[in-house]
Design a protein around this ligand. Structure first.
Ligand code: 1HN
Length: 345
């Protein structure tokens, strides 16, 4: 067993002042803070954001702040371990709820962090990414990968709301976060790739050596995802979960963030292994509760909640209808760094 390490207070005052002057500090009093034994000690706390609470605040933002004054009209959902106002929901993941009103446009920009939208409410919204118009329907996952131009518009009659998930905290940490602006993009007059090249799962365009786009499919329609989950639940055993993958490579759809659609059957409790990933869960439909590190979160459709790294998580559905969630995690980043880990519980 390691010794108890020395503290700053044990050191003579003159020595501490001299170190301060020289711009140095002893490692040993800080050692355990940066290298705790056995597992990390996350600052992140499981946090729950109820849509019934957020929605009126968001609609009020629509009255108070025109989109021109906001660029993006978003309420940032902060990790409660860091406090309201924190620009992060976990160590690596940022989330916010965005409102676009009929006729509004959010101007084109591109930035180093990647974003994904999960559509929460309303019809007629769309995002244009690199000239491709991506309709936004409830539950759809719409990508705006880092470095790609994107703007949002709204052709419907009711407010449109979506959840933004970005790897922004990582880019801020890297001192790598910045944006550029441009006029609205011209839109190609054709459906997005999910409705053309990748309409059928298991098929991709034959290219004879020509290479695909890096992000070939940027909209993942919920309708198809839910149908696939329901069919899996009917025939399969074990957790009903589907990972979102790049249809050309089979890899994760973004470099840092991974996406999984989940169904919790009526009466079911899911007990995934502990894992080194941090995660955001968004409820597409149904209700239930989750225990995250001993914190009980009673969720219903359109709610969002988070889990820190190595959290003990149970998801339970006590209703008689299936519940559907989308999990976003930083597993792809951790795998690239070579330290993603799961532990039996
Ligand atoms: C952003 O570009 C959007 O494009 C939303 O809708 C939220 C939060 C931080 C930085 C960039 C968007 C964002 C963002």
């Amino acid at each position: 067993m390691a010794e108890q390490l020395g503290t700053l207070e044990e050191l003579p005052q003159d020595y501490r002042e001299a170190m301060d002057q020289a711009g140095v500090a002893p490692l040993w009093p800080m050692m355990r803070k940066v290298l705790p034994h056995g597992r990390p000690m996350p600052q992140t706390k499981a946090s729950h954001f109820q849509y019934t609470q957020l929605r009126p605040l968001l609609l009020r933002a629509g009255e108070l702040t025109p989109v021109e004054k906001a660029e993006r009209r978003v309420l940032v959902m902060s990790d409660q371990g860091r406090g309201t106002g924190a620009m992060q929901a976990t160590s690596t993941l940022y989330i916010g709820m965005q409102l676009l009103l009929p006729g509004e446009v959010a101007p084109a920009h591109k930035h180093t962090p990647s974003a994904a939208r999960i559509i929460v409410e309303g019809e007629g919204g769309y995002t244009v990414v690199d000239g491709e118009k991506l309709p936004m329907k409830r539950g759809d996952v719409v990508l705006t990968p880092g470095g790609e131009w994107h703007d949002h518009g709204h052709e419907g009659t009711q407010p449109v709301v979506w959840l933004d998930v970005l790897d922004l905290p990582l880019f801020v940490y890297l001192e790598g976060s910045y944006a550029e602006e441009a006029p609205l993009q011209a839109q190609r007059n054709r459906p997005d790739a999910s409705m053309v090249e990748y309409l059928a799962s298991g098929l991709k365009p034959s290219r004879r050596g020509a290479s695909a786009r890096k992000y070939p499919m940027m909209r993942f329609p919920w309708e198809r995802t839910e149908a696939a989950l329901r069919e899996m639940a009917k025939w399969g055993e074990g957790a009903v979960e589907l990972d979102y993958v790049n249809p050309e490579t089979g890899q994760d759809i973004l470099p840092v963030m991974g996406f999984t659609a989940m169904m919790v059957r009526p009466g079911e409790t899911l007990r995934p292994p502990l894992s080194s990933e941090s995660a955001v869960f968004h409820v597409i439909g149904g209700s239930g509760h989750s225990m995250v590190e001993g914190v009980r979160i009673d969720w219903t459709e359109r709610d969002t909640f988070t889990a820190p790294v190595f959290a003990q998580i149970d998801h339970t559905n006590t209703t008689d209808a299936p519940a559907f969630l989308i999990r976003v995690s930083d597993r792809p980043l951790q795998e690239k760094l070579g330290y993603y880990e799961e532990r039996a519980r």
